[in-house]
Design a protein around this ligand. Structure first.
Ligand SMILES: Nc1nc2c(ncn2[C@@H]2O[C@H](COP(=O)(O)OP(=O)(O)OP(=O)(O)O)[C@@H](O)[C@H]2O)c(=O)[nH]1
Ligand SMILES: [Mg+2]
Length: 317
């Protein structure tokens, strides 16, 4: 008998029935880019496509997790099941750097309608955006109605990750004031909603005004969605209702404008790209370490062929 201890079908079924251990184990396999992932995703994929996926980003310390905590609370009041993935590209370990987030959101502990998980760059380099996409699919299949992806920071990796969201919420704070940064970081292009948090601080209104002007300059007149700029004081739960309202309006807009389908297509197209890249990378590594690969490398080192010749030959193995 050579049956794997990890019965993919059974774990996915358990996950669908709400068993936390199954969900956690599946996401860990995804995070580690385990060999069973393709088989897992085959079971998971047909169960996806129902969840609302929100992305939350902004500079470090802007209050993203505090706001997400409020969004969880408000979503629960609507009867929705919510999952949060806190992504930290700078962390090689999940759970470590983002431990603070778990503590911040721990009032939901014991609520079976809430699941919070961190993802770091464990496993192979560059796979974080791929892992996040598949973790979102797993949570969707597990029956969460709303999935919130919080990314720490506004670098290229974070922006790439946010492509998977249907609605992107950018959180800024008065002291990060320089709205020029917003332009530079490419946030204007991805924001569906701006939130100026810590509005208890001076200069919040100033930042709101600047953002409104920038949104106005950036929006094309044909656009049916005008990006709202809202003020919150997340620690005190101020302004959350308006954020929830805008999020729901954006979701309706996605349906009315048929953008939801378009977003799903681009999500899946990126997933294919990631799968192929992963396969190619693996294949190239195998080819390079094969007998033939070593001969090619030796010819390259001795100057008989060029790196481009070598690549062509490796490609044909
Ligand atoms: N004054 C004030 N402080 C706030 C507000 N919202 C959050 N904070 C505080 O700001 C700090 C950072 O909040 P977090 O929610 O951890 O911010 P974050 O953006 O998730 O931080 P990273 O994930 O580390 O980038 C905490 O000490 C919060 O209590 C607010 O509306 N007003
Ligand atoms: Mg945070």
């Amino acid at each position: 008998m050579n049956k794997s201890l990890f019965d993919v079908k059974m774990w996915v079924k358990d996950m669908q029935q709400g068993k936390r251990i199954a969900l956690a184990r599946i996401i860990t396999k995804i995070e580690n880019r385990d060999v069973e992932v393709p088989e897992l995703m085959k079971e998971i994929f047909p169960l996806t496509g129902k969840a609302e996926v929100l992305g939350v980003t902004g500079p470090p310390g802007a209050g993203k997790s505090t706001l997400v905590d409020q969004l969880i609370y408000a979503s629960r009041a609507e009867g929705k099941k919510v999952a949060v993935i806190a992504v930290d590209p700078s962390s090689p370990f999940s759970g470590g750097a983002i431990l603070g987030d778990r503590i911040r959101m721990q009032r939901h502990y014991g609520d079976t309608g809430v699941y919070i998980r961190s993802l770091g760059t464990r496993g192979k380099h560059g796979g974080l955006s791929h892992s996040t996409k598949e973790a979102v699919m797993a949570l969707d299949a597990a029956g969460f109605d709303r999935i919130i992806v919080e990314t720490a920071g506004v670098g290229q990796t974070e922006l790439a990750i946010l492509k998977l969201a249907q609605t992107v919420l950018v959180v800024l704070v008065p002291e990060s004031g320089d709205s020029i940064q917003v332009m530079k970081a490419g946030l204007m292009e991805i924001a569906d909603l701006f939130v100026v948090n810590k509005s208890d601080r001076p200069a919040a209104d100033q930042l709101v005004r600047e953002l409104v002007v920038m949104v106005g300059m950036n929006s094309d007149h044909e656009a049916k969605w005008s990006v709202p700029v809202l003020k919150t004081e997340a620690v005190k739960s101020v302004g959350i209702d308006a954020v929830m309202k805008s999020l729901s309006e954006h979701q309706s807009y996605l349906d009315e404008s048929h953008l939801r389908n378009q977003k799903r297509t681009s999500f899946l197209s990126e997933e294919i790209e990631d799968i192929l890249l992963e396969k190619f990378t693996q294949k190239i590594k195998e080819s390079l370490s094969s007998k033939k690969g070593k001969e090619i490398l030796s010819d390259l080192t001795s100057g008989k062929i060029t790196p481009y010749d070598a690549s062509g030959l490796i490609f044909k193995i």
